[in-house]
Write a protein that binds this ligand. Structure first.
Ligand code: AMP
Ligand code: GLY
Length: 445
Protein backbone atom coordinates (compact mmCIF):
# COMPACT_ATOMS: atom_id res chain seq x y z
CA UNK A 1 0.00 0.00 0.00
CA UNK A 2 1.22 3.51 -0.62
CA UNK A 3 -0.05 6.99 -0.06
CA UNK A 4 0.90 9.10 -3.02
CA UNK A 5 0.57 12.59 -1.68
CA UNK A 6 2.64 14.36 -4.40
CA UNK A 7 4.50 16.07 -1.67
CA UNK A 8 4.53 13.68 1.22
CA UNK A 9 6.93 15.89 3.16
CA UNK A 10 5.23 17.71 5.95
CA UNK A 11 5.26 21.48 5.56
CA UNK A 12 4.94 22.13 9.30
CA UNK A 13 6.67 20.53 12.22
CA UNK A 14 5.18 17.15 13.02
CA UNK A 15 6.90 15.74 16.07
CA UNK A 16 4.45 15.73 18.95
CA UNK A 17 0.94 14.40 18.46
CA UNK A 18 -1.96 14.40 20.88
CA UNK A 19 -4.74 11.86 20.41
CA UNK A 20 -7.89 12.39 22.45
CA UNK A 21 -9.96 9.32 23.34
CA UNK A 22 -9.68 5.97 25.09
CA UNK A 23 -10.99 3.35 22.66
CA UNK A 24 -9.83 0.91 20.02
CA UNK A 25 -10.20 3.63 17.41
CA UNK A 26 -7.66 5.86 19.15
CA UNK A 27 -5.37 2.92 19.89
CA UNK A 28 -5.26 2.05 16.18
CA UNK A 29 -4.80 5.69 15.13
CA UNK A 30 -1.81 5.94 17.46
CA UNK A 31 -0.38 2.69 16.07
CA UNK A 32 -0.67 3.97 12.49
CA UNK A 33 0.73 7.40 13.37
CA UNK A 34 3.82 6.11 15.23
CA UNK A 35 5.07 4.51 11.98
CA UNK A 36 6.20 7.88 10.64
CA UNK A 37 9.83 8.66 11.42
CA UNK A 38 9.02 12.37 11.92
CA UNK A 39 6.98 11.54 15.01
CA UNK A 40 8.84 11.81 18.29
CA UNK A 41 6.04 11.48 20.79
CA UNK A 42 2.37 10.53 20.84
CA UNK A 43 0.40 11.65 23.87
CA UNK A 44 -2.77 9.68 24.51
CA UNK A 45 -5.43 11.50 26.49
CA UNK A 46 -6.39 9.37 28.35
CA UNK A 47 -5.60 6.21 26.30
CA UNK A 48 -6.04 2.73 27.77
CA UNK A 49 -3.96 -0.30 28.75
CA UNK A 50 -3.07 -0.84 25.09
CA UNK A 51 -1.29 2.51 24.93
CA UNK A 52 1.89 1.02 26.35
CA UNK A 53 2.23 -1.17 23.25
CA UNK A 54 2.42 1.93 21.03
CA UNK A 55 5.98 3.07 20.30
CA UNK A 56 6.85 6.60 21.38
CA UNK A 57 3.60 6.94 23.34
CA UNK A 58 2.70 8.29 26.76
CA UNK A 59 -0.66 8.41 28.49
CA UNK A 60 -1.64 11.73 30.01
CA UNK A 61 -4.52 12.65 32.24
CA UNK A 62 -6.17 16.05 31.90
CA UNK A 63 -9.68 17.38 32.34
CA UNK A 64 -10.96 18.32 28.87
CA UNK A 65 -13.30 20.83 30.47
CA UNK A 66 -10.54 22.71 32.28
CA UNK A 67 -9.55 24.65 29.18
CA UNK A 68 -6.95 26.87 30.82
CA UNK A 69 -4.97 23.92 32.20
CA UNK A 70 -5.42 21.96 28.97
CA UNK A 71 -4.02 24.73 26.77
CA UNK A 72 -1.17 25.37 29.18
CA UNK A 73 -0.17 21.70 29.17
CA UNK A 74 -0.45 21.30 25.38
CA UNK A 75 1.75 24.37 24.89
CA UNK A 76 4.25 22.93 27.34
CA UNK A 77 4.26 19.64 25.40
CA UNK A 78 4.76 21.48 22.08
CA UNK A 79 1.88 19.65 20.45
CA UNK A 80 2.02 19.94 16.65
CA UNK A 81 -1.20 18.13 15.80
CA UNK A 82 -4.27 17.21 17.83
CA UNK A 83 -6.44 14.32 16.64
CA UNK A 84 -9.84 14.21 18.35
CA UNK A 85 -11.27 10.67 18.27
CA UNK A 86 -14.79 10.62 19.79
CA UNK A 87 -17.90 12.60 18.90
CA UNK A 88 -18.65 14.11 22.32
CA UNK A 89 -15.68 16.50 22.58
CA UNK A 90 -16.16 17.40 18.90
CA UNK A 91 -19.83 18.22 19.47
CA UNK A 92 -18.89 20.24 22.55
CA UNK A 93 -16.55 22.42 20.48
CA UNK A 94 -13.13 21.23 21.64
CA UNK A 95 -11.86 21.55 18.06
CA UNK A 96 -12.91 25.24 17.98
CA UNK A 97 -11.27 26.00 21.31
CA UNK A 98 -7.98 24.38 20.32
CA UNK A 99 -7.93 26.09 16.93
CA UNK A 100 -8.67 29.44 18.59
CA UNK A 101 -5.55 28.78 20.65
CA UNK A 102 -3.48 28.17 17.51
CA UNK A 103 -3.30 24.39 17.59
CA UNK A 104 -3.62 22.39 14.37
CA UNK A 105 -6.56 20.06 14.85
CA UNK A 106 -7.87 17.07 12.94
CA UNK A 107 -11.57 17.07 13.82
CA UNK A 108 -14.40 19.44 12.92
CA UNK A 109 -15.73 22.29 15.06
CA UNK A 110 -19.08 22.02 16.82
CA UNK A 111 -20.79 23.41 13.68
CA UNK A 112 -19.55 20.54 11.47
CA UNK A 113 -20.06 18.00 14.27
CA UNK A 114 -23.78 18.80 14.09
CA UNK A 115 -23.90 16.35 11.21
CA UNK A 116 -23.70 13.72 13.96
CA UNK A 117 -24.88 15.52 17.09
CA UNK A 118 -28.29 16.44 15.67
CA UNK A 119 -30.02 13.95 13.40
CA UNK A 120 -32.73 16.47 12.51
CA UNK A 121 -30.10 19.05 11.56
CA UNK A 122 -28.35 16.44 9.39
CA UNK A 123 -31.62 15.44 7.70
CA UNK A 124 -32.50 19.07 6.94
CA UNK A 125 -28.96 19.61 5.69
CA UNK A 126 -29.36 16.65 3.30
CA UNK A 127 -32.77 17.81 2.17
CA UNK A 128 -31.38 21.28 1.42
CA UNK A 129 -28.49 19.82 -0.57
CA UNK A 130 -30.67 17.20 -2.33
CA UNK A 131 -28.55 14.37 -0.95
CA UNK A 132 -30.34 11.00 -1.21
CA UNK A 133 -31.63 9.84 2.18
CA UNK A 134 -34.79 8.30 3.69
CA UNK A 135 -37.82 10.62 3.95
CA UNK A 136 -38.20 12.03 7.46
CA UNK A 137 -40.28 14.05 9.88
CA UNK A 138 -38.88 16.09 12.77
CA UNK A 139 -41.30 15.95 15.69
CA UNK A 140 -41.46 17.68 19.05
CA UNK A 141 -44.51 16.04 20.64
CA UNK A 142 -46.09 12.63 20.94
CA UNK A 143 -49.34 13.94 19.46
CA UNK A 144 -47.56 15.12 16.33
CA UNK A 145 -45.64 11.80 16.12
CA UNK A 146 -48.83 9.73 16.49
CA UNK A 147 -50.50 11.43 13.52
CA UNK A 148 -47.48 10.87 11.29
CA UNK A 149 -46.89 7.27 12.41
CA UNK A 150 -50.50 6.19 11.79
CA UNK A 151 -50.79 8.10 8.49
CA UNK A 152 -47.74 6.26 7.08
CA UNK A 153 -48.20 3.08 5.07
CA UNK A 154 -45.42 1.25 7.00
CA UNK A 155 -43.92 1.39 10.51
CA UNK A 156 -41.46 4.29 10.77
CA UNK A 157 -37.90 4.18 12.11
CA UNK A 158 -37.58 6.24 15.30
CA UNK A 159 -34.45 8.18 16.28
CA UNK A 160 -33.52 10.39 19.22
CA UNK A 161 -32.15 13.62 17.77
CA UNK A 162 -28.97 13.93 19.83
CA UNK A 163 -25.96 11.77 20.74
CA UNK A 164 -26.99 8.47 22.33
CA UNK A 165 -23.87 6.27 21.87
CA UNK A 166 -25.47 4.45 18.94
CA UNK A 167 -28.43 3.36 21.09
CA UNK A 168 -30.98 5.98 20.04
CA UNK A 169 -32.29 4.26 16.89
CA UNK A 170 -35.30 1.91 16.80
CA UNK A 171 -36.48 -0.14 13.84
CA UNK A 172 -40.01 -1.14 14.92
CA UNK A 173 -42.03 -3.90 13.29
CA UNK A 174 -45.40 -2.20 13.89
CA UNK A 175 -46.87 1.29 14.10
CA UNK A 176 -47.69 0.70 17.78
CA UNK A 177 -44.03 -0.15 18.42
CA UNK A 178 -42.96 3.05 16.60
CA UNK A 179 -45.24 5.02 18.87
CA UNK A 180 -43.95 3.25 21.99
CA UNK A 181 -40.31 3.96 21.04
CA UNK A 182 -41.20 7.63 20.45
CA UNK A 183 -42.96 7.81 23.81
CA UNK A 184 -39.95 6.37 25.63
CA UNK A 185 -37.63 8.88 24.00
CA UNK A 186 -39.90 11.80 24.90
CA UNK A 187 -40.14 10.43 28.46
CA UNK A 188 -36.41 10.98 28.81
CA UNK A 189 -34.73 7.66 27.95
CA UNK A 190 -31.85 9.61 26.39
CA UNK A 191 -32.13 12.82 28.40
CA UNK A 192 -31.89 16.02 26.36
CA UNK A 193 -30.78 13.98 23.30
CA UNK A 194 -34.46 12.96 23.04
CA UNK A 195 -36.17 16.36 23.17
CA UNK A 196 -36.64 16.07 19.42
CA UNK A 197 -37.46 12.82 17.61
CA UNK A 198 -36.79 12.05 13.96
CA UNK A 199 -39.20 9.65 12.30
CA UNK A 200 -37.91 8.06 9.13
CA UNK A 201 -39.16 5.94 6.31
CA UNK A 202 -37.54 2.50 6.54
CA UNK A 203 -35.22 1.80 3.63
CA UNK A 204 -33.51 -1.46 2.68
CA UNK A 205 -30.20 -2.67 1.37
CA UNK A 206 -26.70 -3.60 2.48
CA UNK A 207 -24.82 -0.98 4.49
CA UNK A 208 -21.30 0.33 4.07
CA UNK A 209 -19.19 2.94 5.87
CA UNK A 210 -17.35 5.43 3.66
CA UNK A 211 -14.69 7.74 5.10
CA UNK A 212 -13.58 10.97 3.45
CA UNK A 213 -10.79 12.80 5.22
CA UNK A 214 -11.37 16.40 4.48
CA UNK A 215 -9.50 19.71 4.79
CA UNK A 216 -12.60 21.89 4.38
CA UNK A 217 -12.55 21.91 0.59
CA UNK A 218 -10.72 18.85 -0.69
CA UNK A 219 -10.99 15.25 0.38
CA UNK A 220 -9.30 11.86 0.13
CA UNK A 221 -11.21 8.61 0.49
CA UNK A 222 -10.03 5.82 2.76
CA UNK A 223 -10.96 2.20 1.98
CA UNK A 224 -14.68 1.69 2.62
CA UNK A 225 -15.54 -0.74 5.41
CA UNK A 226 -18.36 -3.10 6.25
CA UNK A 227 -19.42 -2.86 9.89
CA UNK A 228 -21.47 -5.53 11.77
CA UNK A 229 -23.78 -3.56 14.04
CA UNK A 230 -25.92 -6.32 15.50
CA UNK A 231 -24.79 -8.20 18.59
CA UNK A 232 -25.46 -11.74 17.40
CA UNK A 233 -24.69 -14.00 14.49
CA UNK A 234 -26.78 -13.77 11.33
CA UNK A 235 -27.15 -10.03 12.08
CA UNK A 236 -29.65 -10.60 14.87
CA UNK A 237 -30.03 -9.01 18.30
CA UNK A 238 -29.69 -5.43 19.47
CA UNK A 239 -27.63 -2.75 17.72
CA UNK A 240 -24.15 -2.25 19.15
CA UNK A 241 -21.30 0.15 18.39
CA UNK A 242 -20.04 -2.56 16.00
CA UNK A 243 -18.95 -6.18 16.56
CA UNK A 244 -16.50 -6.47 13.68
CA UNK A 245 -15.68 -5.11 10.26
CA UNK A 246 -13.76 -5.71 7.08
CA UNK A 247 -12.25 -3.51 4.39
CA UNK A 248 -12.24 -2.74 1.57
CA UNK A 249 -15.90 -3.50 1.01
CA UNK A 250 -16.73 -5.03 -2.38
CA UNK A 251 -20.04 -3.11 -2.26
CA UNK A 252 -18.11 -0.06 -3.40
CA UNK A 253 -17.93 -0.91 -7.08
CA UNK A 254 -16.49 1.62 -9.48
CA UNK A 255 -19.99 2.60 -10.55
CA UNK A 256 -21.30 2.94 -6.98
CA UNK A 257 -18.27 5.02 -6.08
CA UNK A 258 -18.91 7.40 -8.96
CA UNK A 259 -22.50 7.88 -7.80
CA UNK A 260 -21.51 8.22 -4.14
CA UNK A 261 -18.95 10.92 -4.98
CA UNK A 262 -21.27 12.84 -7.30
CA UNK A 263 -24.52 12.58 -5.33
CA UNK A 264 -23.32 12.36 -1.73
CA UNK A 265 -19.72 13.27 -0.90
CA UNK A 266 -19.24 16.31 -3.10
CA UNK A 267 -22.67 17.83 -2.39
CA UNK A 268 -21.99 17.35 1.34
CA UNK A 269 -18.70 19.26 1.18
CA UNK A 270 -20.25 21.96 -1.05
CA UNK A 271 -23.19 22.38 1.34
CA UNK A 272 -20.82 22.66 4.33
CA UNK A 273 -18.89 25.36 2.47
CA UNK A 274 -22.12 27.20 1.64
CA UNK A 275 -22.89 27.24 5.37
CA UNK A 276 -19.37 28.58 6.07
CA UNK A 277 -18.47 25.40 7.90
CA UNK A 278 -14.74 24.74 7.60
CA UNK A 279 -14.82 20.97 8.09
CA UNK A 280 -11.35 19.63 8.91
CA UNK A 281 -11.65 15.99 9.87
CA UNK A 282 -13.35 12.76 8.84
CA UNK A 283 -16.69 12.80 7.13
CA UNK A 284 -18.14 9.38 7.85
CA UNK A 285 -20.99 8.42 5.54
CA UNK A 286 -23.11 5.53 6.80
CA UNK A 287 -24.68 4.43 3.53
CA UNK A 288 -27.32 1.96 2.45
CA UNK A 289 -27.05 0.67 -1.10
CA UNK A 290 -30.75 0.53 -1.96
CA UNK A 291 -32.32 -0.61 -5.22
CA UNK A 292 -32.77 3.10 -6.01
CA UNK A 293 -29.07 3.78 -5.43
CA UNK A 294 -26.89 4.69 -2.43
CA UNK A 295 -28.60 6.69 0.34
CA UNK A 296 -27.22 8.25 3.51
CA UNK A 297 -28.44 6.56 6.69
CA UNK A 298 -26.33 8.76 8.94
CA UNK A 299 -23.30 11.02 9.08
CA UNK A 300 -20.67 10.78 11.77
CA UNK A 301 -18.04 13.40 12.45
CA UNK A 302 -15.26 10.95 13.43
CA UNK A 303 -13.77 7.61 12.44
CA UNK A 304 -16.00 4.57 12.93
CA UNK A 305 -15.14 2.04 15.59
CA UNK A 306 -14.29 -0.80 14.70
CA UNK A 307 -13.91 0.38 11.09
CA UNK A 308 -10.91 2.51 12.06
CA UNK A 309 -9.07 -0.44 13.65
CA UNK A 310 -9.75 -2.38 10.43
CA UNK A 311 -8.50 0.32 8.07
CA UNK A 312 -5.42 1.58 9.95
CA UNK A 313 -3.25 -1.49 9.17
CA UNK A 314 -3.83 -0.74 5.47
CA UNK A 315 -2.30 2.75 5.82
CA UNK A 316 1.39 3.43 5.41
CA UNK A 317 3.59 5.82 7.37
CA UNK A 318 2.36 8.87 5.44
CA UNK A 319 -1.14 8.58 6.89
CA UNK A 320 -0.32 11.11 9.61
CA UNK A 321 0.81 13.56 6.95
CA UNK A 322 -2.63 13.38 5.38
CA UNK A 323 -4.15 14.14 8.79
CA UNK A 324 -1.87 17.14 9.16
CA UNK A 325 -2.72 18.36 5.65
CA UNK A 326 -6.41 18.20 6.59
CA UNK A 327 -5.74 20.22 9.73
CA UNK A 328 -3.73 22.79 7.77
CA UNK A 329 -6.16 22.97 4.84
CA UNK A 330 -3.47 21.92 2.37
CA UNK A 331 -4.83 18.73 0.78
CA UNK A 332 -4.49 18.79 -2.98
CA UNK A 333 -7.24 16.20 -3.36
CA UNK A 334 -4.93 14.27 -5.68
CA UNK A 335 -3.44 12.22 -2.88
CA UNK A 336 -4.25 8.58 -3.52
CA UNK A 337 -4.36 5.66 -1.16
CA UNK A 338 -3.44 2.50 -2.99
CA UNK A 339 -4.21 -0.69 -1.10
CA UNK A 340 -4.07 -3.24 -3.85
CA UNK A 341 -1.99 -5.66 -1.82
CA UNK A 342 -4.08 -6.45 1.26
CA UNK A 343 -7.49 -6.97 2.85
CA UNK A 344 -8.19 -6.42 6.51
CA UNK A 345 -10.73 -7.72 9.02
CA UNK A 346 -11.53 -7.13 12.66
CA UNK A 347 -13.43 -9.12 15.28
CA UNK A 348 -14.45 -7.49 18.56
CA UNK A 349 -14.16 -9.39 21.83
CA UNK A 350 -16.85 -7.97 24.10
CA UNK A 351 -17.95 -8.31 27.71
CA UNK A 352 -20.90 -10.60 28.45
CA UNK A 353 -24.06 -8.50 28.58
CA UNK A 354 -22.82 -5.73 26.24
CA UNK A 355 -24.48 -3.47 25.00
CA UNK A 356 -26.97 -3.44 27.87
CA UNK A 357 -25.41 -4.44 31.20
CA UNK A 358 -21.96 -5.76 31.74
CA UNK A 359 -19.31 -6.02 34.43
CA UNK A 360 -15.73 -4.85 34.09
CA UNK A 361 -12.50 -5.49 35.98
CA UNK A 362 -11.78 -9.08 34.83
CA UNK A 363 -8.13 -9.99 34.13
CA UNK A 364 -7.34 -10.63 30.46
CA UNK A 365 -5.03 -13.49 29.50
CA UNK A 366 -3.26 -13.29 26.18
CA UNK A 367 -1.92 -16.65 25.04
CA UNK A 368 0.71 -17.16 22.41
CA UNK A 369 -0.63 -14.69 19.83
CA UNK A 370 0.71 -14.86 16.28
CA UNK A 371 1.36 -11.19 15.50
CA UNK A 372 2.34 -11.66 11.87
CA UNK A 373 -0.09 -9.42 9.97
CA UNK A 374 -2.20 -9.27 13.15
CA UNK A 375 -2.77 -6.51 15.66
CA UNK A 376 -4.64 -6.46 18.92
CA UNK A 377 -5.98 -2.98 19.59
CA UNK A 378 -7.33 -2.38 23.08
CA UNK A 379 -10.88 -1.02 23.09
CA UNK A 380 -12.02 -1.11 26.71
CA UNK A 381 -9.07 -2.09 28.91
CA UNK A 382 -7.16 -0.67 31.81
CA UNK A 383 -4.46 -1.68 34.27
CA UNK A 384 -5.25 -2.76 37.81
CA UNK A 385 -3.10 -1.80 40.80
CA UNK A 386 -0.78 -4.76 40.09
CA UNK A 387 -0.24 -3.67 36.50
CA UNK A 388 -2.39 -6.49 35.08
CA UNK A 389 -4.55 -5.73 32.04
CA UNK A 390 -8.24 -5.90 32.94
CA UNK A 391 -11.52 -5.44 31.07
CA UNK A 392 -12.84 -1.88 31.31
CA UNK A 393 -15.64 -1.56 28.78
CA UNK A 394 -18.35 -3.28 26.76
CA UNK A 395 -16.10 -3.75 23.78
CA UNK A 396 -12.78 -4.97 25.16
CA UNK A 397 -10.37 -5.93 22.36
CA UNK A 398 -10.22 -5.54 18.58
CA UNK A 399 -8.47 -8.45 16.89
CA UNK A 400 -7.39 -7.30 13.42
CA UNK A 401 -5.67 -9.35 10.70
CA UNK A 402 -4.61 -8.83 7.11
CA UNK A 403 -4.21 -11.31 4.25
CA UNK A 404 -4.81 -11.63 0.53
CA UNK A 405 -8.31 -13.08 0.91
CA UNK A 406 -11.00 -12.69 3.55
CA UNK A 407 -11.05 -16.41 4.43
CA UNK A 408 -7.42 -16.15 5.53
CA UNK A 409 -8.05 -12.82 7.28
CA UNK A 410 -10.75 -14.26 9.51
CA UNK A 411 -9.06 -17.66 9.93
CA UNK A 412 -6.12 -15.80 11.49
CA UNK A 413 -8.30 -13.51 13.57
CA UNK A 414 -10.33 -16.36 15.07
CA UNK A 415 -7.21 -18.46 15.69
CA UNK A 416 -5.75 -15.62 17.75
CA UNK A 417 -9.05 -14.95 19.48
CA UNK A 418 -9.13 -18.52 20.78
CA UNK A 419 -5.90 -17.80 22.64
CA UNK A 420 -7.41 -14.84 24.52
CA UNK A 421 -9.53 -15.29 27.59
CA UNK A 422 -11.37 -13.22 30.18
CA UNK A 423 -14.49 -13.95 32.17
CA UNK A 424 -17.58 -13.60 29.98
CA UNK A 425 -15.70 -13.09 26.68
CA UNK A 426 -18.20 -12.88 23.81
CA UNK A 427 -17.64 -12.49 20.09
CA UNK A 428 -19.56 -13.12 16.91
CA UNK A 429 -18.25 -16.12 14.99
CA UNK A 430 -19.53 -14.99 11.62
CA UNK A 431 -17.82 -11.64 11.05
CA UNK A 432 -17.07 -11.32 7.34
CA UNK A 433 -19.74 -13.88 6.39
CA UNK A 434 -20.60 -11.71 3.38
CA UNK A 435 -17.12 -12.16 1.87
CA UNK A 436 -15.86 -15.47 3.23
CA UNK A 437 -16.15 -18.28 0.74
CA UNK A 438 -15.79 -21.02 3.34
CA UNK A 439 -17.98 -18.89 5.60
CA UNK A 440 -20.55 -20.44 7.92
CA UNK A 441 -19.92 -24.08 7.01
CA UNK A 442 -16.47 -23.66 8.36
CA UNK A 443 -16.98 -21.58 11.48
CA UNK A 444 -14.27 -21.62 14.04
CA UNK A 445 -16.04 -22.45 17.24
P1 AMP B 1 -27.70 4.95 12.90
O1 AMP B 1 -27.23 5.00 14.33
O2 AMP B 1 -28.46 6.15 12.45
O3 AMP B 1 -26.58 4.50 11.97
O4 AMP B 1 -28.70 3.72 12.83
C1 AMP B 1 -28.32 2.44 13.30
C2 AMP B 1 -28.76 1.40 12.31
O5 AMP B 1 -30.18 1.46 12.18
C3 AMP B 1 -28.25 1.60 10.89
O6 AMP B 1 -26.98 1.06 10.73
C4 AMP B 1 -29.30 0.87 10.09
O7 AMP B 1 -29.06 -0.52 10.12
C5 AMP B 1 -30.56 1.14 10.86
N1 AMP B 1 -31.30 2.27 10.26
C6 AMP B 1 -31.19 3.58 10.57
N2 AMP B 1 -32.00 4.33 9.83
C7 AMP B 1 -32.69 3.48 9.03
C8 AMP B 1 -33.69 3.65 8.01
N3 AMP B 1 -34.20 4.84 7.71
N4 AMP B 1 -34.14 2.54 7.39
C9 AMP B 1 -33.67 1.32 7.71
N5 AMP B 1 -32.72 1.09 8.65
C10 AMP B 1 -32.23 2.16 9.31
N1 GLY C 1 -19.19 1.38 13.95
C1 GLY C 1 -20.11 2.42 13.84
C2 GLY C 1 -19.75 3.69 14.46
O1 GLY C 1 -18.62 3.91 14.84
O2 GLY C 1 -20.63 4.54 14.57
Amino acid sequence: MSINSNNSKSSNKLENILIIGNGGRENSLAWAIQKNELIKKIYLLPGNAGSKKINKSERISLNLHNIKELIKKLRFLNIDLVVIGPENPLAEGLGDILRDNNFDVFGPGSDGAKLESSKSWAKEFMKGAKIPTANFWKVKSLKEAKEIIFASPNPLVVKADGLASGKGVFIPESKEASLKATEEIFEGKFGTAGEIVVLEEKIEGPEVSVFAICDGKKYVLLPAAQDHKRLNENDKGPNTGGMGAYAPSPLITENNLKIIKREIIEPTIDALLTKNIDYKGVLYFGLMITKYGPKVIEYNCRFGDPECQTIMPLMDKDFVILLQKCALGTLTGNETIDITDKLSGCVIAASKGYPINYEVGFPINFGNIDFEDCQIFDSGTNLNSNGKVITDGGRVLSIVCQAKDFDKVFEKAYKNLKKISFEGIYYRKDIGHQVRIKTLNNRIN
